[in-house]
Structures are given as C-alpha cells and as structure tokens.
Write a new protein. Structure first.
Length: 340
C-alpha cells in the first residue's frame, strides 16, 4: 500500500454503526487505527489507507464479523479466507464471480447478489432487505468493494466499471469516476455495477501461495481497489477532464508537464492498473455523460466534444457502454427527478 493512498472517511463512519451506542468500544477501535473521530464528521474527508487498513482489522476483531455487523447473520472471522480458497480453484473470472456470490450468500442474508450478461456487459445486481436506510447505502458499497476487490486480485489487474447504479439517494460526499465508473446514478430501482463481459473470460492467475499474502494484506485491496484519489491515474484524469477543448496532450507532453519522463510516466500508470489510452477513454465517457444530462448541446456536438470524429461512431460506442442510444439516455435522465 502506497503512503499516498487514501479512502473516503464516510466508509469508516458507516462501518462504525454497531458501536455508536458504545462510545468506549468505538474510541478504542479508532485509537488503535490512529483515526481522529472529528475527521469523520467532515464531508469529503479522506483518511490514509494505512489507517483504514488498521481500522478494518480492528473492527473485525471487535465484532467477530468481517462485514461489520451490517447483516442479520454476519460474516464470521475466517469466512472470507474460506471463500477465497474456493475461488482460486476456478479457471476463469466468470466462474469465480458466480461462485463468490454464491459463497457470500451462504453467510450474508440481507444482501443478495446476482450476475447476468446484458448486451455485452456483465451486471452484478443487489437485492437488499435491510430495514435501516441510514446504513443501507454504505453496506451495499462495502459489499461491492469486497466483491470487486477480490475480482481484481484474482486476475491481477484493474477491472474498469462502465456504470454503477445505487438505490439510495446521492450522499453528501462526492463520487469518484475512476472507482465507480463514469456513469454513476442514485435513487435507482436497484443497486448494480456493470463492466465489459469480456473480462469474465480472463483466467484466474492467483494460487495458494499468493492467497496467503493476500489474506494478510486483503483490506488494502478491498478499500483501495487498485486505485486511489491521489494516484497518478487520478491526477491525469482530473487534468484531462478540466481541459476545455477536450483535445488531450500527447503522453510525452503530459509527462513533461508533470515533471516525469515518458517511460516513468507509463510505468507508474501501469503499476496503478491503467494505460494513458484507458484514462483518455474514461475522460471521453465522463464528458459524454455529463453533457447529455443537459440540453445545451446537440448529440452531434457532444460527440465532437467527447473526442469522436463522427456522430455514428459516438452512437456505436455509447450503445456499447450503456445498452441504449445517446438520445434515449438523455430523455431518461432528464425526465428523472433531480438530485437534492
């Protein structure tokens, strides 16, 4: 885990729900993790991933539950290791994902997950029966972080999301397009994440020796998930996203701007699970989704601003991202109730 890795503080806050009425136990856990409780009250605050790693382990010991008491049945200590031992025996990511959801369902009863393939995209949908709406959103996000973190580890690379839909209202903290994908919606009919179905064919590359190391360090994979807001990839994304003409600089030019050699720039992105081309693609999608939410530009103009030379190419790409046309997407999101 790199020193600059960080995690949204609200995840720690929501994970503490079982200790809210026991201040002494809550203080002991936060003290062990080295987390100032005042930080948890700040919207958009971020915590060092090393501190959240310590918090994760301390909470599991305190509650004897690897799912922080969110579920009515729970995930007893040792369950996660047992699940992972089964997953490394699977030949492909698709088979491992289906088994992962099945295994989790043996322990966690209040969140049920289902995998299906729709229009070339793998979609993991959640059905949640939790009564406490105040913690439901955090529970679903942590559940998905566990599943997606394990998947990334199994194939040894980042799996970029095309879209994420949450059934809960938009929270106060800001969203992260490199974590949840460029299309993030709230107040949806159900919570689900989608990614290119071709990833399901990737081989599982981890073995028992790698699993032992993973289990010692698993919180860092589950809470950072191969990226973080202070990473080079995140900085490059923000730099390209702020460029008004949407014409990205060359890799060499951007590396020079950031005070790096082209080779060092490329190697650092690769260590973080990205290529420069992939980040440019994420920016194009982010631009398209943002502009389609308004009515200032025509779809043809949006295609150009998103970096497509022909509107037809934009239409084809957009259907591959979402399963619908840009026009249908615009009509749907503009008819939806506005976020508070």
């Amino acid at each position: 885990m790199r020193e600059q890795d960080s995690v949204a503080a609200y995840l720690v806050q929501v994970a503490l729900h079982r200790l809210e009425d026991e201040p002494a136990r809550k203080k002991a856990v936060l003290d062990e993790a080295g987390i100032d409780p005042r930080t948890l009250e700040i919207v958009d605050a971020r915590l060092p991933a090393t501190a959240v790693n310590r918090f994760w382990l301390a909470m599991v010991r305190e509650l004897d539950d690897e799912f922080f008491g969110f579920d009515s049945h729970g995930l007893p200590r040792g369950s996660f290791a047992l699940i992972c031992r089964g997953l490394i025996q699977e030949p492909t990511l698709g088979k491992a994902l289906r088994q992962c959801l099945t295994y989790l369902g043996l322990f966690i009863h209040d969140i049920r997950a289902h995998l299906e393939v729709r229009g070339g995209r793998a979609v993991v949908s959640l059905r949640t029966s939790m009564d406490n709406q105040a913690i439901r959103g955090g529970a679903e996000e942590i559940y998905l972080n566990i599943v997606l973190g394990v998947l990334c580890w199994l194939v040894g690379r980042r799996i970029p999301l095309d879209s994420t839909r949450f059934s809960h209202p938009r929270p106060a903290h800001r969203s992260d397009p490199l974590l949840w994908g460029p299309l993030l919606e709230f107040d949806a009919a159900c919570t689900e994440v989608a990614f290119d179905a071709s990833y399901l064919a990737l081989p599982v590359v981890q073995d028992l020796a790698a699993l032992k190391h993973f289990l010692r360090t698993s919180p860092q994979w589950l809470i950072v998930r191969i990226r973080n807001e202070e990473s080079l990839a995140a900085r490059v994304f923000r730099r390209l996203r702020q460029q008004e003409d949407h014409v990205p600089p060359t890799l060499v030019a951007l590396a020079e701007e950031l005070g790096m050699s082209a080779a060092g720039f490329r190697r650092q992105l690769e260590r973080e699970g990205f290529s420069y081309q992939e980040i440019k693609h994420e920016v194009r999608r982010s631009v398209a989704f943002e502009l389609l939410r308004g009515d200032r530009y025509s779809i043809g103009e949006i295609a150009i601003k998103a970096g497509f030379q022909e509107p037809s190419a934009f239409h084809r790409a957009f259907r591959s991202w979402t399963g619908e046309s840009p026009g249908h997407f615009r009509k749907r999101v503009q008819q939806a109730p506005a976020d508070d």
